[in-house]
Design a protein around this ligand. Structure first.
Ligand code: ATP
Ligand code: MG
Length: 905
C-alpha cells in the first residue's frame, strides 16, 4: 500500500469517526523551546495545556516532523528518519483509554476492503505503563490479546510528559513482530528492531508538579479534563505494509536511494541482511543520502536556509552529510541536482506546494552543495600541508615515530573550514599519517562546554516563561497598537529580577504588564515602539516591548520618576515621531519587497527582514549579486510606488482566503486562523503582516538602497534608508563627492574621467618604476656575481635582497644563475619580502641538479627557518614564512645543507 494511500485511509477513518481533519503545521512552529515540530501534538499544545479552548472535541492530522536527535540513528536502525510524518488522533476531554485503543485496533486490523491496514492481529504486541491496569485490562479483556503479548514498561519508555510541570500520563505503544529473520524472540523488551514500534497512544490523565527527568517527577492529582494524543509513524506503517526491511525502502524514500546507488555503481542490499544490525556500510551511506535529501527538501520548503546555528545548522549538517556520504561511496561530482528532483517527484503528491516552490528550494540546496564542495577542496589543501608537515617532523626525528597530525590541526580543519573529522581521519590514513584524536576530542569538548554555558546564559533570559503564563491566564492584553498611540490601562503585573513584585521605584528597571496598551511589541521584523507610561506618581521609560507568550504584551521599562504599583491606572504613550518613522520603514520594506519581485520575478521571495525608524533590510531568495543597473531599477520602481501615493490598507481574513488572494506569507511564521493582510496599491503588494504601516505610500517619503550583499548561499540582502534618513544619506554622499572633487580638482560631472586619468597615470608611473628597478637589478647582478663562493665544487651565491618582491626576486635569481653559466654546478638563493612577510627563491642549474641538488628541497629548508613552507620544481622554487629576522639564518641553512649534500663538513 502506497504511503499516500495509508495517509488517505488514516484521515478517512478518523473523519468517519467524527474527527476534524487539521492540516499539518509547518516544521517551524512558534515555540521557543523547539527547533522543529517533532510530534503531531505540537500544534495542539495550547489546548492540552489549557491555555486555549479547542474548537473541536476530536481532531486528526498528518504532521510533518523533524527529530534532530535521531540523525545519528539514520540508516543504522530500520526505523528512524530525520524527517517523518506523524499521523495523530486527538481527543480533548472526549473519548479516553478505551476509545483510543478501540479506534487504533479498528484501523490496523480492518480489512483492506473496509479501508483498514489489515495487520495480522497475532503479531501485534501492545505495551502499557507499569501500573496501568486499566489499559492492560482493555487490551486483554476487551480486545482479546493474550497476556504474554502485553508488556509492562516503566516511565523511561511508557510515561509521557513535556519535561515541565503540566499534564502527563501513561502510554500504550503498539509493536509489530516482523519475524525471526529480523531478530530474537521475546517481544519489544528484547529487540526493538524485530518488534517495531509504530504507534504510541498517550493517555493524559494527571497533573505533574515537579519534573526532574523522564522517569522522575511528582504527580499532584488527576487532570480535570482527560485527553488523548496519539502518534503513528506513517513511514513505519508503510515499511510494514510494503513488506520492506526499513523505512528507507518505502515508496516515498527509495527512489532517491536507488538513484544514488545507480550514480555510485553500488548494488544496494547485496551485502546486507534483513535485520538493521547486519547492514553493510555502503547501504547505510545510501540510506543516509536518501533520508537527508528528503529532509533537506522538506526543511527548505518550510523556509529553513543553511546557516551556522540553530535550524540553519541542522539543514547544513544534513546537506553536508548527504554529499559526504556520496563521497564515501566514491562519487565526487555534484549530487543534489540529480537527487533532489527525485525526492520532489515523490513528495509532491502530499505536498504540492513543493513543486511550485522548487526553483527557490533547489537554488538554496545546490548553492549549499557548491559551497561545501569548495570547503572540501580548501580543507583538502590545508590537510595536505598539515600532513606533509607531520611527515617532515617525524622524519626529522629519525622517522622512528608514526607521523601524527596534531589535535589542534584537526580541530581547526573542523571548526574553521567545516571539514568533518571522519574525513580528516580517513584522508590522513590514506597518507600513512595518524591523527591525535584525544587532542581533537578534548578541544571539541571544550568548545561544546563553551557553547552550553553560552546557551544557559541566554536561556536565563527566558526564565520568566512560567510567570508570563500565569499573567496570561489573567487575560489577554487588549492591544491597541493599530488604533491609537495612547490609551488608559491598568497595571496587572510587575516583574523585577525575574520575580513578580507589587511595585518598583525610580531608577529601577523591570517588566510591566498592562491590561491595555498601544505599544507595538517587536515582531515580524519590526522593532518595538519607544515611548513612556505615565503612572499616578511618575513616569516609566519604555525600553523594549515583547510578546513572550501569545496574547501577552510585556514592556521592559526604566522608572524615570516616581513609582509604579500593581493595580494602578496608567497611560501608555507611544512616541509619535518614533511611530511614524517605524511605519515608514515597515511600509518601505513591503514596497522594496514588491519592487524586487517586480524587477527580478516572483521567486525573489523575502526570507527575513528587519526594520526600525529610518532603516530597513530585507533578505530574499536570490543566488547572484545584483548589478548596479538592477539595483537602480529596483530603487526606481520602489520610489515610483512611493510617489504614486498608493493606498495602504489592512484587512483580516482566513489563511486560505489570504493564499487565494496571493498574499505572501513569510516562511517559518505561524499564523492564527484569522490573518492580517497588508495591501499596498491593491494586488501590487499583498503580504501577511502584523506590523504598523503608513496610510499612503507617499508617506514613506524617500527610499534609497545603500547596499546589497550575500548572507548565505541563495540568500541576498538589500538595505535601505527611508524618509529623512534617506535624504541625510544622500546628502552625505553628495558631501563626499564635493570633497573628492575638491581634492582632484574637478566638477562632479568630470569626476569619473578625472579619476580614471589619475589612475592611468599611476599605472604608467608604476610600470616605469618597475623597468628602472629591473635595470638596477641587472646592474646589481653583475656586482653580486663576485660574491659567489664554492662549496664542494658547487658555485653558490646567496643574497639578502631586502624588500625585493617575489617577481623581482625570481627574475634576479634566474638572471644570476644564467650568468653563472653552465660549466660548473651552481645554486643561487635570494631572500626578499612581500607584504611584510619574508620570502625566499632558489634556482639551480642543470649540472647542480645532476648532482642531486634540488631547488625545491633547499627552499623548504630555508622557508622552514622563516617559519613557513614552500616548494616548487628542482630548477626553481619559492617559499615564504613569517619571521623576517631569520632571512640571514635561512640563507645559512641553504649553505649548510649544500655542505651536507656535497659531503664538505
Ligand atoms: P523510537 O523509540 O522507536 O525512537 P519513540 O518512542 O521516540 O520511537 P514517539 O515519540 O512515541 O516515538 O513517536 C510516536 C511515533 O512516531 C512512533 O511510534 C513512531 O511510529 C514514530 N516515530 C518516532 N520517531 C520516528 C523517526 N525518527 N522516524 C520515523 N518515525 C518515527
Ligand atoms: Mg525516538
Amino acid at each position: 500500500m502506497e504511503t499516500a494511500e495509508i495517509r488517505r485511509r488514516w484521515l478517512d477513518y478518523f473523519e468517519r469517526n467524527k474527527h476534524t481533519v487539521v492540516p499539518s503545521a509547518p516544521l517551524i512552529y512558534d515555540d521557543p523551546n523547539l527547533l522543529f515540530v517533532n510530534a503531531g501534538m505540537v500544534p495542539f499544545k495550547p489546548y492540552f495545556l489549557g491555555q486555549q479552548t479547542p474548537p473541536w472535541d476530536r481532531a486528526t492530522s498528518v504532521q510533518k516532523c523533524v527529530r534532530t536527535g535521531d540523525i545519528e540513528e539514520v540508516g543504522k536502525t530500520s526505523r528512524h528518519g530525520t524527517f517523518f510524518q506523524m499521523n495523530g488522533n486527538f481527543s480533548f476531554g472526549d473519548y479516553f483509554k478505551e476509545g483510543a485503543i478501540r479506534l487504533a485496533w479498528g484501523l490496523i486490523t480492518a480489512s483492506v476492503e473496509d479501508g483498514g491496514y489489515a495487520l495480522d492481529p497475532e503479531r501485534i504486541w501492545p505495551t502499557v505503563y507499569t501500573d496501568d491496569d486499566e489499559a492492560f485490562a482493555i487490551w486483554h479483556e476487551q480486545i482479546g490479546i493474550p497476556t504474554e503479548r502485553i508488556t509492562r514498561r516503566d516511565a523511561n519508555d511508557n510515561y509521557w510528559h513535556m519535561g515541565v510541570p503540566g499534564p502527563g500520563g501513561p502510554c500504550s505503544e503498539l509493536f509489530y513482530d516482523r519475524g525471526p529473520e529480523y531478530g530474537a524472540d521475546g517481544g519489544p523488551a528484547v529487540d526493538e528492531d524485530r518488534f517495531m514500534e509504530f504507534w504510541n497512544l498517550v493517555f493524559m490523565q494527571e497533573v505533574l508538579s515537579d519534573v526532574r527527568s523522564k522517569a522522575d517527577f511528582d504527580v499532584t492529582g488527576p487532570l480535570p479534563q482527560r485527553n488523548i494524543d496519539t502518534g503513528m509513524g506513517l513511514e513505519r506503517m508503510a515499511t510494514l505494509l510494503q513488506g520492506k526491511d526499513n523505512l528507507y525502502e518505502i515508496d516515498e524514500v527509495y527512489p532517491v536511494l536507488a538513484k544514488a546507488a545507480q550514480m555510485t555503481g553500488k548494488q544496494y542490499g547485496a551485502h546486507s541482511g534483513h535485520a538493521a544490525t547486519s547492514s553493510h556500510p555502503d547501504d547505510v551511506h545510501l540510506r543516509v543520502v536518501a533520508d537527508h535529501v528528503r529532509s533537506s527538501l522538506m526543511l527548505i520548503g518550510d523556509g529553513v536556509t543553511p546557516g551556522n546555528e540553530g535550524r540553519g545548522y541542522v539543514l547544513r549538517r544534513m546537506l553536508r552529510r548527504a554529499v559526504r556520504a556520496m563521497r564515501l561511496l566514491g562519487y565526487r561530482d555534484t549530487v543534489l541536482p540529480q537527487l533532489l528532483p527525485v525526492s520532489l517527484e515523490k513528495m509532491k503528491a502530499s505536498y504540492p506546494e513543493l513543486e511550485a516552490d522548487f526553483g527557490r528550494i533547489s537554488q538554496i540546496a545546490y548553492g549549499e552543495e557548491d559551497a561545501f564542495r569548495r570547503t572540501l577542496d580548501q580543507g583538502t589543501t590545508i590537510l595536505d600541508t598539515a600532513v606533509t608537515k607531520a611527515k617532515q617532523s617525524s622524519a626529522a626525528l629519525g622517522g622512528s615515530s608514526t607521523p601524527t597530525l596534531r589535535g589542534s590541526e584537526a580541530f581547526a580543519l573542523h571548526d574553521t573550514y567545516g571539514f568533518p573529522i571522519d574525513l580528516t581521519l580517513e584522508m590522513a590514513a590514506e597518507q600513512g599519517v595518524e591523527v591525535d584524536r584525544e587532542g581533537f576530542t578534548r578541544l571539541m569538548t571544550e568548545q561544546r562546554e563553551r557553547a552550553k554555558a553560552d546557551a544557559k546564559s541566554k536561556k536565563s533570559g527566558h526564565a520568566h516563561t512560567e510567570i508570563w503564563r500565569e499573567l496570561r491566564a489573567l487575560g489577554a492584553t487588549d492591544w491597541q497598537a493599530y488604533q491609537a498611540l495612547s490609551t488608559e490601562g491598568k497595571v496587572v503585573g510587575l516583574v523585577a529580577d525575574g520575580h513578580r513584585v507589587e511595585g518598583f521605584e525610580q531608577g529601577a528597571t523591570g517588566q510591566v504588564v498592562l491590561d491595555r496598551t498601544t505599544f507595538y511589541a517587536e515582531s515580524g521584523g519590526q522593532i518595538a515602539d519607544e515611548g513612556v507610561i505615565t503612572t499616578p506618581s511618575g513616569q516609566l521609560r519604555v525600553l523594549d516591548v515583547q510578546r513572550p507568550v501569545k496574547g501577552l504584551v510585556v514592556h521592559t521599562v526604566e522608572v524615570a520618576s516616581g513609582e509604579v504599583k500593581v493595580g494602578e491606572q496608567v497611560e501608555s504613550q507611544v512616541d509619535p515621531d518614533w511611530r511614524i518613522s517605524a511605519c515608514q520603514a515597515h511600509s518601505g520594506t513591503h514596497v522594496v519587497h514588491a519592487a524586487l519581485r517586480q524587477v527580478l520575478g516572483p521567486s525573489a521571495l523575502q526570507s527575513g527582514s528587519y526594520n526600525k525608524p529610518g532603516y530597513l533590510r530585507l533578505d530574499f531568495a536570490w543566488s547572484s549579486a545584483l548589478s548596479a543597473e538592477t539595483r537602480s531599477e529596483i530603487e526606481e520602481v520602489a520610489n515610483l510606488a512611493v510617489r504614486q501615493d498608493l493606498p495602504v490598507s489592512s484587512q483580516y481574513m482566513t489563511l486560505p482566503e489570504a493564499r487565494e488572494w496571493g498574499a505572501l506569507a513569510l516562511f517559518g511564521e505561524t499564523y492564527d486562523e484569522q490573518v492580517r493582510v497588508i495591501e499596498i496599491g491593491g494586488p501590487w503588494s499583498r503580504e501577511l503582516c502584523g506590523g504598523t504601516h503608513v496610510a499612503h505610500s507617499s508617506q514613506v517619503g524617500a527610499l534609497t538602497l545603500t547596499g546589497e550583499s550575500s548572507v548565505g548561499s541563495g540568500v541576498r540582502r538589500v538595505e535601505a534608508f527611508v524618509g529623512m534618513d534617506a535624504l541625510r544619506y544622500l546628502a552625505k554622499e553628495r558631501a563626499i563627492v564635493a570633497e573628492l572633487g575638491r581634492l582632484v580638482k574637478a566638477q562632479p560631472g568630470e569626476l569619473r574621467e578625472r579619476v580614471e586619468e589619475l589612475l592611468a597615470r599611476v599605472k604608467t608611473a608604476e610600470r616605469e618604476i618597475a623597468t628602472l628597478r629591473q635595470q638596477q637589478l641587472q646592474a646589481q647582478a653583475g656586482e653580486l656575481l663576485s660574491g659567489a663562493t664554492s662549496i664542494g665544487g658547487v658555485r653558490v651565491l646567496t643574497h639578502d635582497g631586502g624588500d625585493l618582491g617575489a617577481d623581482e626576486a625570481r627574475s634576479l635569481v634566474t638572471n644570476l644563475r644564467d650568468r653563472l653559466g653552465d660549466e660548473a654546478p651552481s645554486v643561487v638563493a635570494v631572500t626578499g619580502s612581500a607584504k611584510g612577510r619574508p620570502l625566499v627563491v632558489v634556482a639551480t642549474n642543470a649540472r647542480a641538479r645532476d648532482r642531486g641538488i634540488k631547488a625545491g628541497d633547499l627552499v623548504r629548508i630555508a622557508a622552514g627557518v622563516l617559519g613557513g613552507g614552500g616548494g616548487g620544481k628542482p630548477d626553481l622554487a619559492q617559499g615564504g614564512g613569517t619571521d623576517a629576522s631569520a632571512v640571514g639564518a635561512a640563507l645559512e641553512a641553504v649553505e649548510s645543507r649544500l655542505h651536507t649534500l656535497t659531503g664538505v663538513q
